[in-house]
Ligand binder design. Structure first.
Ligand SMILES: Cc1cc2nc3c(=O)[nH]c(=O)nc-3n(C[C@H](O)[C@H](O)[C@H](O)COP(=O)(O)OP(=O)(O)OC[C@H]3O[C@@H](n4cnc5c(N)ncnc54)[C@H](O)[C@@H]3O)c2cc1C
Length: 283
């Protein structure tokens, strides 16, 4: 198992923000994780997927980090009704596997630049769908190190929320195939096109910074109508292409990001009396 120490955390996040790390562990197998469990306190450890919804403080992160980047990632269709996959697989690979096997229903995952585990932890979604709509069960490592399988209805989830109070690591998942859906080979490219035309996907960001206040009210519309689309703090600015994306121009810090987030939250609260909740995880 690779271990690195005292490196810049910037390169582990898609928004390229963060100070220096303490030890980062890269387990490859369950045995590596078992070994780690006995060595470090899981409580304070952060699990890193693909870093597409994480920013680290400029002062760095002092406790251990486990990256699942090198973890094995097999995916398998169990039968006509279910797929099983390790959480370390990327959403893109997962949806491509489904595409190749003509399994409908997972096209929405294609443009989400995270891992399946990250998607499960965040209840990631797009185009009116979200990952927990498809989960049958998840195998997890709990904070106390025990391994447990949870059925979908035993974990509380809602829009971009998953109750992780007992769960430390999502290891793998079994997902249901919806037999009612018809495979549409054009859907994947349709979604990709929609994304690239409306979102700044080539710039350094964490995707949408705020949760939408409701299914009928987008955070981006609020930010735009409050005339905040030209705001900037240091190296972090509001994207003109999609106002719910905050972009790092390469010089941005976590301090800049947090200042801009607070500034936008305050303005929206004052103007509309609406609280914008943050989607990005800042450690
Ligand atoms: C350009 C862009 C577009 C995006 N579009 C979308 C979108 O359409 N919809 C959407 O929902 N999100 C979107 N996002 C946000 C992000 O990609 C998702 O939230 C994604 O699911 C995060 O996965 P990750 O592997 O990168 O997780 P990370 O950012 O590494 O981690 C996020 C959180 O999940 C936890 N975590 C990660 N893996 C595990 C695991 N295996 N077990 C337990 N906890 C874990 C981390 O500890 C952290 O708390 C976008 C981001 C970008 C940069």
């Amino acid at each position: 198992m690779d271990i690195i120490d005292k490196v810049s955390l910037k390169k582990f996040t898609t928004i390229r923000i963060g100070g220096r790390s303490s030890k980062i562990y890269f387990p490859e197998t369950l045995e590596d994780l078992e070994h780690l469990k006995s060595k470090i306190s899981l409580h304070k450890t952060i699990i890193l997927g693909k870093g597409s919804n994480i920013a680290f403080k400029d002062s760095g992160y002092k406790n251990s980090i486990i990256s699942l980047k090198h973890f094995r990632r097999p995916i398998r269709r169990i039968d006509d009704l279910q797929i099983t996959s390790f959480a370390s697989i990327s959403c893109a690979r997962f949806s491509k596997f489904c595409f190749k096997n003509k399994i409908p229903g997972f096209e929405f995952l294609h443009g989400i630049p995270g891992s399946l585990g990250g998607a499960i932890a965040m209840n990631a979604g797009a185009f009116g769908d979200e990952i927990w709509n498809h989960i049958d069960s998840v195998r997890c490592i709990l904070h106390d190190g025990a391994i447990k399988v949870y059925k979908n209805n035993n974990i509380k989830t809602s829009y971009r929320y998953v109750d992780r109070s007992k769960i430390k690591i999502f290891l793998n998942a079994t997902l249901n195939i919806n037999k009612e859906l018809k495979f549409n080979k054009l859907l994947l490219s349709k979604y990709s096109l929609q994304r690239s035309s409306s979102q700044p996907i080539r710039q350094w960001s964490s995707g949408c910074i705020f949760k939408n206040p409701s299914s009928k009210l987008a955070a981006s519309s609020l930010i735009e109508s409050a005339d905040l689309s030209k705001e900037r703090v240091g190296g972090i600015y509001v994207s003109r292409k999609h106002c719910n994306y905050l972009i790092n121009d390469g010089t941005g810090t976590c301090h800049d990001l947090e200042e801009l987030i607070s500034f936008i939250q305050d303005k929206i609260k004052t103007k509309y009396n609406i609280t914008l909740d943050r989607e990005i995880c800042i450690y």
